[in-house]
Structures are given as C-alpha cells and as structure tokens.
Design a protein around this ligand. Structure first.
Ligand SMILES: Cc1ncc(COP(=O)(O)O)c(C=O)c1O
Length: 382
C-alpha cells in the first residue's frame, strides 16, 4: 500500500522517561496506570500501551471495551481498567478478554458480569466510581453502598476499589474545590469500609493531582496527559514549580510531520486559498503541504499557525483545506518538494508545542493531539 503523506513520530524514550518520572513521584507500591484512551491521546494506542507496559506500568486505563480489545490484540496481558461505560450485553466479551476491570454504574451490569463470570468460571474485578463533585459518571454514597453490597454478594464479580475524578484541579491554582472532592472521597471510602466492604484500591489521581499532591496517590493513579509529556495546564505547571523542590520533568513525545509537495512563486497582490482570506503584499514563495483538516489539522488555525521548514517558521497562508495547507517559505532558503516539515513538535532550535497550537485553535493541548486522525500513521522512534 502507498505511504501516507503525513505521519507522527512518537519517541519511545520520552514515553519511558515520563513514566519513570511518575514512578519517582508515586513510589513502587502505588499502582501506576497510564491512560491510553483516545488512541493514547493521539500517540497511537498500541505503540503507547507497549512502551508503557515494557517500562513498568502496573495497569492501563482505556475508555471502552473496544480499546481494551486493542490492548489485548497487541499481545499485552496487564490489567486494563475501563474508565467509561460498559453495557450489560458486553459483559461476556469483557470476561473473555481476561484481566479487564470495568467501572460499574448499575446493578444490571453487575448481574450481567456475574452471569458472564459464572459461565466461563472466571472472576472479574470491578471499580465503583464515587460522585465527589464532577457530576459525570459517579454514584452518590447511598447508591455506591447499594452497588458495592451487590458486588460483594456475587461470587465471580469482585470489588477492586473505589475511584473518583477531579473537576477542576488543572483549571486553577486555587485547589479548594479539589480538596473538598478528595475529602468527600475519603469519607466515602471509610463509609464503605465501615460496612465491612473490602476496597483494596482507592484511586483519585489524574496527572495534575499526581504531580501536585502526594496524598492523592493512594493505591492507584491514572495518568494521561503527563505520561505523554504534556502539562495538564499552565496552572498545574506553576503550582508544581511552587511546591516541588525537584523539578518535575516531562518530555513531549509526539512530532507530527509532512513533506513539501510543491513550491511556487506568487506575485504581490494575489490571493491564496479558499475564500481568498489571504492576499500577498509582496512576491511570495508558497509551499503546498499535503495535510488538512481531514487529518486533524484544525481549520480554525487558518492564517494563524506556522509550521517548521528547515527549522524555520513558515506561516500558514489562507484557509486550511481538507487535505492541503499553504505556507509562506519566502524567507526559508532552498525549500523544495520532498522536504520534511514539522507541524507539531521540535525542529532544531524551534518547537511548536501542543500548548501553542491549542492557543491558535482556541482549545487545550489534550484536544490538539487527540484530534490527529487515526488514519495518520504513528511511528515509534528511538
Ligand atoms: C476518569 C479519568 N481518569 C484519569 C484521566 C487522566 O487525566 P489526565 O490526562 O489529566 O491525567 C482521565 C482523562 O480524561 C479520566 O477521564
């Protein structure tokens, strides 16, 4: 099959170093469970899952059973926590995959898992998610108690633990709300334990909480963005710099590239691209690049972003098209067809960070990398 004209290089070393950094933070006994959902935040699920498994991850977190199946199809046998919903009709498949740890939200699912476990005589561990203030997937205390009792009364379904998710820990340096969430969560753990319910794994930490609060490490952390070398937010970076004596070092792992397809000279006063949104003010050399919004290169950055050609900035001129963009290489000498171009990531002394791209696109770094289309090949380097 022909090669695609745009691809992402994923640094093995960066992923390994980031995982080692989180291990340094949480210590050897905390279950370190990197999150590989959303195609590993755009880095390629199979690639990241393999590197993390080899680098000593204790478990992996995914969103749904389809992603869990991809982890197993990649030949990895470590536990896989399913953070998102699972439907009762998926119970048999979850049990059959082996080592899948769903987050259960209702009795129908628990019963389906119990039946599936019994049918294949295989136990299945589950998490309960506590509603601590995010109002997304969690259950309030009475419902948590009810469901935990149901799980405990089963033979094949086993209660692995209780989890929670922070609402705004990365959005602010004022962590009053997050502290309240954490306190409510720990109260819920105690309430369940008073009922005699065994909860081996308490899990609260995402990347920001894991970086900022040792007390949020508990028994398992679920680190996503930080494992890929990106900071959850500027606020988290600032708060970490203020609290940590030793700098927390994260290395971005992804470089998105393409190649120059064509170079042309455009006279002054001509338009570039759809909608004629850009008009040259002087004779301009334009490079045409075979990447567009189909590949996840946000149309919102039209006339705003730049790419790196031969380590130099080249401004996007005109609108981002479905499969092409045009960039200004007037001041970059010697550009020709076939030259490699960096759309995201470092090149020489320059780097386009996902944070900078996010500013152009009016979004967050999480969305920048997860939006790179799955049809763009990911290549592990290093
Ligand atoms: C339930 C849950 N846990 C952990 C994470 C990881 O968060 P982060 O990428 O901020 O580390 C996510 C990400 O969205 C999540 O939904």
């Amino acid at each position: 099959m022909a090669e695609r004209l745009t691809w992402c290089e994923v640094s093995r070393e960066a992923l390994q170093d980031n995982l080692a950094e989180f291990r340094r933070l949480v210590g050897p006994r905390c279950r370190l469970a990197p999150v590989v959902k959303a195609n590993a935040y755009g880095h390629g699920l199979e690639i990241a899952a393999r590197v993390f498994a080899e680098a000593g991850a204790d478990a992996l977190c995914v969103h749904d059973l389809w992603e869990a199946g991809r982890v197993r199809a990649a030949g990895l046998s470590l536990p896989v926590v399913v953070l998102g919903p699972l439907f009762p009709e998926q119970a048999a498949e979850a049990v059959a995959l082996g080592g899948i740890e769903p987050t259960v939200q209702d009795a129908a699912l628990v019963e389906a898992l119990e039946r599936a476990g019994e049918a294949s005589r295989a136990p299945i561990g589950v998490f309960l998610k506590f509603e601590s203030g995010t109002n997304r997937q969690g259950l309030r205390l009475p419902e948590s108690l009810d469901l935990a009792r149901r799980v405990a009364s089963g033979r094949w379904v086993r209660l692995l633990g209780l989890s929670m998710h922070f609402a705004d820990i990365e959005d602010t340096t004022d962590h009053t709300f997050a502290r309240g969430q954490m306190a409510r969560f720990l109260e819920a753990v105690e309430a369940l334990r008073r009922e005699g319910l065994d909860l081996p794994i308490r899990s609260a930490g995402n990347s920001a909480a894991t970086i900022l609060w040792p007390e949020a490490h508990l028994d398992m952390v679920r680190v996503g963005i930080g494992a890929y070398g990106m900071w959850p937010s500027t606020e988290t970076f600032v708060a970490a710099a203020l609290t940590h004596r030793e700098r927390v070092a994260l290395r971005p792992a992804l470089t998105w590239k393409t190649r120059v397809a064509q170079v042309k000279d455009v006279p002054a006063g001509e338009f570039v691209g759809y909608g004629r949104t850009y008009r040259t003010t002087h004779p301009t050399r334009i490079a045409v690049l075979p990447v567009g919004y189909y590949d996840g290169y946000d149309r919102g950055v039209s006339n705003m972003a730049y790419v790196l050609v031969r380590g130099r900035r080249a401004q996007v001129r005109g609108r981002v098209c479905m499969n092409l963009i045009m960039v200004d290489v007037t001041d970059v000498p010697g550009v020709g067809p076939g030259d490699e171009v960096v759309l995201l990531g470092p090149d020489g002394e320059e780097a386009i960070t996902s944070e900078r791209f996010a500013q152009w696109a009016g979004t967050i770094n999480y969305e920048v990398t997860t939006r790179i289309a799955e049809s763009v090949p990911r290549v592990l380097v290093g």
